[in-house]
Design a protein around this ligand. Structure first.
Ligand code: ADP
Ligand code: MG
Length: 333
């Protein structure tokens, strides 16, 4: 199978009606053409997944197709943008039909769920590497930025944190989980859900927002830096109630210090959660809860923005929590 046969067979397909909005020209020419709606700004983001670094080479291709797009849609969600289209740059060691079939299925299932069209890309032979660029639209001036946090704002996160990181630790053989927990954490790691509806619902409500890809402390750190503020996080039971981390802790015994340290590490600095961390004035608490409920995504208030620079994490007793690693960094030594 040649390069163009591969593109035709797995990636070039009629764009479903729901995903046609804004797309004037898709795959097949030198460029795709996209027109955002009137009064809209184009939101653009790229994320690359490298075999052996972001995923195991033998991962199910269907979940890989899902995740490659999900991590990109998560960036649009963090800006409050609605997905329009995406491109896929793909390096493959060889053209294996079963692998490509599964990959395309996972990719298009998520794309269709968000009405987002694949409009172009590049295909080359080489070590397995996937780079997706997404294009979304957001009303002019309404994008959620990292720079808008204000002293006194509440600090919120969506969903639950730490489960994906716990799953990774289990897959690496560093912690034992029973079969049910392993399956659940693996699902969170390999099949993240981008919070697109919540992101758009938070427009005009959240003062700042980011998605949690490298770990809460690191990603929140970017908001604090850009906004010129500090924050305090209350690591209460609610934060450790992440569906799976909580069960893990219960199974290990709440007072097992090693298990507690691992759970805290996963929740605060694990990464791969693809939840949203955002700030909003206390006057908007009800609005935030209602918006989240309408999207079917739970949100938790986890702290507050403060004038004092830096990030302070305290437990339920008010004792500072210290961590071995605060954020994932590819070039950290
Ligand atoms: P060019 O050489 O002009 O850059 P190509 O010949 O590489 O374009 O690609 C032909 C068409 O197929 C283009 O429209 C390109 O966007 C699209 N394409 C290539 N690879 C992919 C892919 N992996 N997924 C989707 N579209 C692709
Ligand atoms: Mg060209």
């Amino acid at each position: 199978m040649g390069e163009f046969e591969l593109i035709r067979r797995y990636f070039d397909r009629p764009i479903p009606p729901r995903a046609r909005q804004g797309v004037d020209l898709g795959i097949g020419d030198d460029c795709a053409l996209i027109t955002p709606g009137p009064g809209m700004q184009l939101a653009v983001s790229s994320d690359m997944l490298v075999s052996g670094r972001h995923f195991f080479a033998d991962v199910d291709p269907r979940t890989l197709g899902h995740k490659a797009l999900a991590v990109n849609l998560s960036d649009l969600a963090a800006c409050g943008a609605r997905p329009l289209a995406f491109t896929l740059a793909l390096a493959l060691p060889e053209a294996q039909p079963a692998w490509l079939e599964g990959f395309a299925q996972g990719l298009f299932a998520l794309a269709d769920a968000h009405g987002c069209a694949l409009v172009g890309g590049d295909t080359t032979q080489g070590p397995l590497n996937l780079c997706i660029t997404v294009f979304g639209e957001v009303p002019q001036g309404q994008a959620l930025l990292r720079s808008g946090a204000r002293v006194g704002d509440d600090l919120w996160v969506s969903g639950s944190l730490g489960d994906a990181a716990l799953g990774l630790q289990a897959l690496l053989g560093r912690v034992q989980l029973d079969d049910t927990l392993l399956q659940q954490t693996r699902q969170r790691l390999e099949c993240p859900t981008p919070r697109v509806a919540l992101g758009t619902a938070l427009r005009g409500m959240a003062s700042a927002c980011a998605d949690v890809s490298d770990g809460l402390l690191g990603d929140l750190g970017h908001i604090l830096e850009r906004s010129g503020v500090g924050a305090r996080i209350d690591l209460t039971a609610a934060m450790l109630s992440g569906a799976v981390c909580a069960q893990f802790l219960r199974a290990a015994g709440q007072n097992d210090p090693q298990a507690l340290a691992l759970a805290q590490q996963c929740v605060l600095a694990g990464g791969d959660d693809y939840e949203l961390v955002f700030c909003a004035p206390p006057t908007r608490r009800e609005d935030v809860q209602q918006a989240a409920q309408a999207c079917g995504v739970p949100v938790h208030r986890i702290g507050r923005i403060e004038a004092e620079a830096g990030l302070r994490v305290v437990d339920a007793q008010g004792t500072p929590v210290t961590l071995a690693v605060r954020s994932f960094d590819h070039f950290a030594r």
